[in-house]
Write a protein that binds this ligand. Structure first.
Ligand code: URA
Length: 274
């Protein structure tokens, strides 16, 4: 006798305030345009560009702040480090009505075109994030929304910031997966792929390495959202240098300006267009 296939549905857990479980937000708490820093503290660096700043919610790595940039309502929600946490964040933002997100993060550059403090706008990513594979086959591309990329470029031009477009390698590891030995000067576990990872990526003309963007692009796209990112170079893996050089603040400002530009384009088109 053939047994009938059962479909198991899962109702989403709710937070104590009846909001989405991890972000603790309800529909209408945040505007539809949200910036996504990794670090909770970076929400406040972003908010330095805003008026009427309000800290709305904080649970685990997720901190949400709202405010107004040049009259435009904006929010920032931190995603933590890596893609599993970002998946939760993007899904729950979508549930409460968000349609456009810009990741504001950091990265290591591997080509001479970039140095510490420069800004990289990834147009596409290699999907070694470890999370997007749970959503869709590996051949599915991780790519930014073109309008979001155009708005970020225009923002950087207006603000006179050094920036470039990038092809990002997103990997679910900071150490071995990015070619960093477990012990300073070598020693311990050191597979051959770790030795070769930087030069192999350089030869494929990849610009930078980080841990979040591919997963965010894929998960956001599959939710019907517009996604983009602006990353400040905090590590130069060619010259083995580390430092912010003002890049974090510039990335925060450029992301706010890009959201304002997008909102103006949307307004004249009569809605958020892909
Ligand atoms: N973030 C990363 O994942 N790697 C770096 O080198 C710098 C920032």
């Amino acid at each position: 006798m053939m047994s009938e296939q059962k479909t198991y549905l899962a109702s989403a857990p709710k937070a104590g305030n009846e909001g989405v479980y991890h972000l603790r937000l309800k529909q209408g708490d945040v505007p539809s345009y949200v910036l996504l820093p990794g670090a909770p503290e970076r929400t406040m660096v972003i908010a330095e560009n805003w008026e009427q700043v309000q800290e709305l919610a904080q649970y685990r790595e997720y901190k949400t702040v709202t405010g107004s940039y040049k009259g435009m309502p904006l929010a920032a929600t931190s995603t933590g480090i890596g893609c599993p946490g970002a998946e939760i964040c993007i899904h729950e933002l979508n549930v409460v009505g968000v349609h456009t997100c810009i990741r504001v993060g950091t990265t290591g550059c591997i080509v001479p075109d970039f140095d510490l403090g420069d800004l990289i706008i990834p147009v596409a990513c290699i999907r070694k994030d470890g999370t997007s594979i749970a959503y869709v086959e590996p051949e599915f591309p991780a790519f930014a929304n073109t309008r979001v990329v155009m708005a970020l470029m225009q923002a950087c031009e207006r603000l006179n910031y050094r920036y470039g477009l990038g092809l990002s390698y997103t990997v679910g590891s900071f150490y071995i997966g990015q070619g960093r030995p477990l012990q300073e000067g070598g020693g311990g576990y050191w597979p051959s792929f770790a030795e070769k990872i930087i030069s192999d990526l350089q030869s494929a003309r990849v610009t930078n390495i980080e841990m979040d963007t591919a997963g965010q692009y894929v998960v956001g796209y599959l939710h019907g959202m517009r996604m983009g990112a602006i990353l400040s170079v905090i590590a130069n893996r060619v010259l083995d240098r580390w430092g912010d050089n003002g890049g974090e603040e510039r990335a925060c400002r450029a992301a706010c300006e890009a959201m304002k530009i997008l909102a103006e384009w949307d307004q004249s088109a009569g809605g958020a267009i892909h």
